[in-house]
Design a protein around this ligand. Structure first.
Ligand code: SME
Length: 160
């Protein structure tokens, strides 16, 4: 396992993702423990992409429960259909929110969070977890984030 991530800070967002994804693949190679892998992925995304908050919510019974994350403390449980994460779980699709204040029912864990992208990962055709990435800037996520984070979700689904 590599001891540190190598990301060129002056690179474009797409270039950073392109460099980061193979490093994440190497980081989780040969490790099957879900918590260990999610913890390292959260750290790799936070420090590789300089995100404000990045973490996972795991589907447990009828709610989402906070899993490994990096950033300020966050709410621990989210019901189906609530907030952006609960909506992405219910719809089983990626959601990009340009301004969280305009998203009905957004759950404000931190008042500094301004925009976000939330993606579901599947196990046995059911949503098993949610990847939540928050920014302290408005409109910080776009189709580039969707493309590369959906590639990351495919890597995650291999060890779920
Ligand atoms: N933004 C999420 C809540 C989780 S925190 O932002 C970490 C939502 O509305 O689902």
């Amino acid at each position: 396992m590599a001891e540190e991530l190598i990301i060129e800070q002056s690179a474009t967002k797409a270039e950073k993702y392109k460099s980061l994804l193979p490093q994440i693949e190497a980081l989780i190679y040969g490790e099957e423990d879900v918590t260990a892998n999610l913890a390292n992925i959260a750290s790799a995304l936070k420090y590789g992409m300089d995100f404000f908050w990045v973490g996972f919510y795991l589907v447990k019974h009828d709610e989402l429960v906070l899993g490994p994350f990096q950033g300020p403390i966050a709410c621990t449980r989210i019901a189906l259909g609530k907030g952006v994460c609960g909506t992405a779980w219910e719809k089983a699709e990626t959601i990009i929110v340009e301004n969280v204040d305009e998203f009905p029912g957004h759950i404000a864990c931190s008042s500094d969070s301004k925009s976000e992208i939330v993606l579901p990962a599947f196990k046995n055709e059911k949503v098993a977890l949610i990847l939540d990435v928050d920014s302290d800037q408005l409109s910080d996520f776009d189709e580039v984030d969707r493309e590369y984070l959906e590639q990351l979700i495919k890597l995650i689904e291999k060890f779920l």
